[in-house]
Write a protein of this length. Structure first.
Lengths: 477, 279
């Protein structure tokens, strides 16, 4: 085996030899790729993250010397270390000023056995039946939840999969959750359904095909939204959609603006006027159907209902990806013509109104009793304080939604949490950075570990009292 | 190179930092600030002294080595009773530093109560009606002036130092922090399941090239264990702890592994001996 290169650190008199990728005896300095870097186990988030800039780990070298008090700085628990089982106060209890209040942030890395992710997958494709098992690496790690508008939902993880099943199930579940939370791709297979690659903030890949855009609405809804913009420019519009294909002259939205009949005939099952189900099979063609030539869904035009030579027809898909313009000839047959420049903006408008199809991953977990005791001596008071909004909860500095009712069960969008913030323990369970922020006075009233409160500057300068149990090393420049 | 740093924390506690050492010092009574000044002055010398003798302190079997520095002397004294197991004075370094600082504080001002917490290895001093309390895996522990222990230390594979065993935490109460430190380290090493497939180990020298453990394997991951395995591992540690209790080296040991806690207490005559020695 090739031993990693080791270098000598000269940050203190111990002069440790440090192997590549490891930290010295102090856990403050590490060897990264042959260079000594400062790796205080504490990440500072400021307003830069809101602007989308990279998260800045606290390195002595690039610290600009500004006082870190103020509400523009979030002290994150990432890398704070954990004191599991939590019989010691949480690793960092930081005192800082927020809007003139002496505030206390309790920073810890919480171990979540009760945790999982809820995944929203933007796709019109049917991924599987509700309640179907979802597998990763062959093990069941969750199930299909409801279909939402333009999206399919999955529930993955949870304590039953993590610790209630076989060891393999627990490990695969933990592994899939960790990768999803850290914004990595995970391949999921639905029993009796599709194979989906899910990655937070990226388009889903369904059975090998990446999704591109969410449709603005079904064909019928698209007619409703844009009917008035087509009036006067064209005589008929068909919006082709796998779900509901819309026809403007027959649709209620056309009727209310006195759109004249055109004698068009759609080959499909009519639902209500101007709305048709099942014009074709699902596929990769127009509007999520298998249609390559849109004229295949049209029957013979009816002159008695208003069809006449020269009638202008626009056909467009629900995402605007496909569109074509036709004019009826002497035999009332549509002939393809170049798209008139005045119609193109309406097609572009449909495309503009389609949002990119994405996967979104919400981490959901509950803060348990031992964790809360790390924060205060009387854990129920912390729960109550969070409930009434006196104490705010963040994960890696990102805002959470606290599910109402008892306990502290929170959800956070993993894309707002800095990269690599989630970890795991072999229990198996996820480790997530968790922060409680409360005014100092309230914290003392809560029965907080007052003696553990340290000034923000001091924590930045000196790190944690308990070193870094988790040995999480911040990213470097 | 960064020198020693001292700062006052909220609650009037002192934080001393130099290289890998972080101490939280608390002193009660009117001599608090004077005690802090004495502690800070002594602290500045600690790391340079240790570094002088570091190569020898990283070696096992140091009975014949005579150390110069007071902390190095405390370290070698703490490991001396352990014949037949691999241990170097480094196993007692954190506790010995805590003991040295507490000795300086007590020697200069005799406050009613003082403690030095060196990353979880704690030396304390009590006088009169003072008590010292600490949270441990089995709950809150309170120590009175009449109790014989003046040191608490915790060791486990999740902790800052490498462990050769699999205990999440072994907490030991002993006459000094140095004695507690080395005992906690060795009991935590003894909580083990050799060759168990769920345990991952790496040579210490791969993780820290100058580790006193050399190429001996240290624990890097422990998978979920069956209740039976947990009990077997804890019993190994418990058996070793019993020897130390019977020899009067320590007074209490609390062993925890994956949610299970086992405790061991010294025979009453050993505790009484300790009390007499303290009086």
């Amino acid at each position: 085996m090739n031993r990693p290169e080791k270098i000598r650190c000269d940050a203190c008199p111990v002069m440790c030899y440090i192997a590549d990728g490891k930290a010295g005896a102090c856990d403050r300095y590490a060897n990264q790729g042959g260079k000594i870097i400062r790796c205080d186990p504490l990440t500072i988030l400021d307003r830069r993250i809101a602007k989308g800039d990279e998260v800045r780990p606290f390195l002595a070298a690039d610290w600009d010397g500004q006082t870190a008090s103020g509400d523009d700085v979030v002290v994150s628990a990432i890398g704070a270390g954990t004191t599991y089982p939590d019989y010691k106060p949480a690793p960092f209890i930081v005192s800082r000023e927020i809007e003139g209040i002496d505030c206390v942030t309790v920073v810890t890395e919480a171990i979540f056995s009760y945790c999982g992710v809820k995944v929203k997958i933007d796709t019109d494709r049917h991924l599987g039946k509700e309640a179907s098992p979802v597998r990763a690496d062959g093990e069941i790690i969750g199930h299909i939840m409801t279909s939402e508008y333009g999206s399919q939902m999955m529930s993955l993880g949870g304590v039953d999969h993590l610790t209630g099943g076989s060891k393999a199930e627990g490990r695969k579940t933990c592994d899939a959750l960790l990768r999803l939370c850290n914004k990595e791709p995970v391949e999921l297979i639905v029993d009796g359904g599709s194979n989906v690659v899910v990655q937070a903030g990226q388009p889903p890949i369904v059975d090998g095909t990446p999704e591109d855009r969410m449709r603005v609405g079904c064909g019928s809804a698209t007619i409703g939204m844009f009917a008035s913009q087509w009036q006067g420019l064209v005589d008929e519009v068909v919006v082709v959609d796998d779900h509901i294909t819309g026809v403007v002259s027959e649709h209620q939205a056309g009727k209310v603006i006195d759109w004249p009949d055109t004698g068009i005939r759609i080959l499909g099952r009519r639902s209500t006027p101007g709305r048709y189900f099942k014009v074709a099979e699902p596929g990769q063609g127009w509007g999520g159907t298998d249609i390559e030539d849109p004229l295949q869904i049209l029957g013979p035009w009816r002159p008695e209902k208003g069809a006449k030579p020269g009638l202008r027809l626009l056909m467009v898909s629900t995402t605007g990806e496909h569109s074509a313009y036709f004019v009826l000839n002497e035999n009332l047959e549509p002939e393809k013509q170049p798209m008139p420049p005045e119609l193109q903006p309406s097609v572009d408008l449909i495309t503009e109104n389609c949002e990119p199809a994405l996967c979104t991953v919400l981490f959901m977990g509950g803060a348990g009793g031992s964790l809360r005791s790390g924060v205060t001596k009387n854990p129920i008071q912390l729960t109550q304080s969070v409930t009434v909004g006196q104490t705010s909860v963040t994960i890696g500095g990102a805002p959470v939604y606290r599910w109402p009712g008892g306990g502290i069960t929170v959800m956070v969008d993993v894309s707002e949490v800095p990269d690599g913030a989630f970890g795991y323990v072999p229990t198996p369970a996820l480790v997530a950075p968790l922060e409680f922020t409360v005014s100092r006075k309230s914290y003392e009233n809560l029965g907080g570990h007052k003696g553990q409160v340290r000034a923000l500057d001091d924590v930045l300068q000196a790190g944690g009292e308990y070193g870094s149990d988790a040995r999480v090393i911040g990213a470097a420049e | 190179m960064t020198g020693p740093q001292a700062s006052l924390l909220p609650g009037d506690r002192l934080h001393l930092h130099h290289g890998p050492i972080d101490l939280i010092v608390g002193v009660d009574g009117p001599t608090r600030m004077a005690s802090y000044a004495a502690a800070t002055e002594r602290f500045a010398q600690i790391l340079p002294e240790l570094v002088e003798e570091l190569p020898a302190l990283r070696r096992a079997r140091v009975e014949r080595t005579s150390f110069v520095g007071p902390v190095a002397k405390r370290m070698s004294r703490a490991v001396r009773p352990y014949q037949g197991v691999f241990v170097t004075p480094m196993a007692a370094v954190a506790g010995s530093v805590a003991d040295e600082i507490i000795a300086v504080i007590v020697g200069s001002h005799r406050p009613p109560k003082a403690f030095v917490n060196n990353g979880g290895d704690i030396a304390f001093h009590l006088n009169g009606r003072s008590t010292f309390s600490a949270m441990g895996p089995s709950g809150k522990m309170t120590i009175n002036t009449n109790d014989p222990m003046r040191g608490i230390a915790t060791s486990g594979w999740r902790g800052r130092s490498h462990s050769r065993g699999i205990a999440d935490a072994v907490t030991v109460l002993a006459p000094t922090a140095a004695a507690a430190d080395v005992a906690a380290t060795l009991i935590a090493n003894a909580v083990d399941l050799p060759d168990h497939p769920a345990i991952r180990r790496t040579p210490a020298s791969d993780l820290s090239p100058d580790s006193d453990l050399g190429e001996r394997y240290v624990t890097t991951d422990v998978g979920a264990l069956s209740p039976n395995d947990v009990a077997r591992a804890l019993c190994r540690g418990h058996k070793f702890a019993k020897h130390l209790l019977n020899d009067g080296l320590i007074f209490d040991a609390i062993l925890s592994l994956q949610g299970t806690v086992m405790t061991a207490t010294a025979p009453i005559e050993k505790t009484l001996q300790g009390i007499k020695a303290n009086a």
